[in-house]
Design a protein around this ligand. Structure first.
Ligand code: HEC
Length: 301
């Protein structure tokens, strides 16, 4: 500990402190325990403040194997392909897995404290961490660690189980919502079984085709008209964003850079307010269609 503290001072003197966040012991231990586990299964209740709690289940293994079961369906990766299943429509989508998709999944508020298992640099999204009080959560002794995330605005707390060394739950406060997750069971899997992440389509489920490689402005505008009104028309223009015409849509994007565009960030809730506000997120193929249109230059053709 002493040498760590000295190291921290050394970094500060040489001006590296900004990049190098030194985690307090319970948080560092949490990341180490996660990284060392062949697999992790968490059963937990998750809720947004003001909404009712539901049961969630998260399974993680290496490399890039995950499955999140939530009330509306599931999101699953077999390491090569991402499967998104919606119960309501009994439909699923297959998308080739990319690092960006893994990172997007890891950023979901529903998996916050445990998704660093998938990260190349666990804790990379944390700008500041501070040990808080010891407390008891559902009969388990935990240490609270308060965190502030990059790029700022989002704060949270992990409740690191003193016996287990892994977070038993967390709170997360984003720009527009507050979330609470509490595990009812956490299991460290002694031996990874990649075959348990193989996708099995639910009975009668229909496969949706992923977005076509090129999308037109007309298709993009149709999605905006169907899902972003009446909040982004000329009368309301929330956040100054108008999505009823080409000029307005283009002002919310960076042509050539779909993923870096404010509009796409809002659809994935990564670094912008989650949209469409207070409604279900768009299906991944719709987001990809918009992203590809922007990647291709956001042309009005
Ligand atoms: C029910 C109203 C509502 C709907 C529907 C809605 N928005 Fe918004 N939008 C807002 C509000 C309000 C803001 C300002 C930020 C906030 O309060 O969350 C906003 C902000 C934004 C921003 C700026 C975000 C930021 O953090 O910079 C973008 C981009 C955006 N909306 C895009 C969309 C898109 C795209 C859709 C449709 C898929 C959509 N919105 C649907 C109300 C809405």
């Amino acid at each position: 500990m002493r040498s760590l503290a000295l190291l921290a001072v050394g970094f500060a003197v040489f001006g590296y402190a900004a990049q190098q966040v030194i985690f307090p012991a319970p948080l560092a231990g949490h990341f180490e325990k996660l990284a060392a586990a062949p697999g992790v299964n968490v059963t937990y209740t998750f809720r947004a403040l003001g909404e009712s709690a539901s049961e969630y289940k998260l399974s993680l293994a290496k490399p890039n194997l995950f499955k999140l079961t939530l009330p509306t369906g599931f999101v699953q990766s077999d390491g090569k392909t991402l499967f998104t299943y919606r119960k309501k429509t009994n439909q699923y989508i297959e998308t080739p897995l990319t690092d960006a998709l893994v990172a997007d999944f890891a950023k979901r508020p529903e998996v916050f404290a445990w998704s660093d298992y998938l990260a190349k640099k666990p804790g990379d999204g944390i700008a500041q961490a501070k040990v808080g009080a010891s407390r008891t959560v559902q009969g388990n002794d935990v240490t609270q660690v308060d965190v502030t995330l990059k790029p700022g605005g989002t704060t949270g707390a992990l409740f690191v189980d003193k016996k287990l060394g892994i977070a038993r739950g967390y709170t997360l406060k984003t720009a527009d919502k507050e979330y609470l997750a509490m595990a009812t069971a956490i299991e460290i899997v002694p031996e990874a079984k990649p075959e348990t992440f193989a996708f099995v389509a639910p009975a009668g489920a229909q496969k949706l085709e992923a977005a076509a490689p090129t999308a037109s402005y007309g298709e993009v505008q149709a999605i905006m008209t169907a899902t972003c009104m009446p909040c982004h028309n000329a009368e309301r223009q929330r956040a100054g964003v108008i999505l009823t015409n080409y000029e307005g849509v283009v002002a919310a994007v960076t042509p050539g850079n779909g993923a870096g565009s404010r509009l796409v960030k809002s659809l994935r809730a990564s670094g912008a307010h989650r949209m469409p506000k207070n409604r279900d997120p768009l299906a991944e193929p719709q987001i990809q269609l918009i992203e590809k249109w922007i990647d291709a230059g956001a042309k009005k053709d």
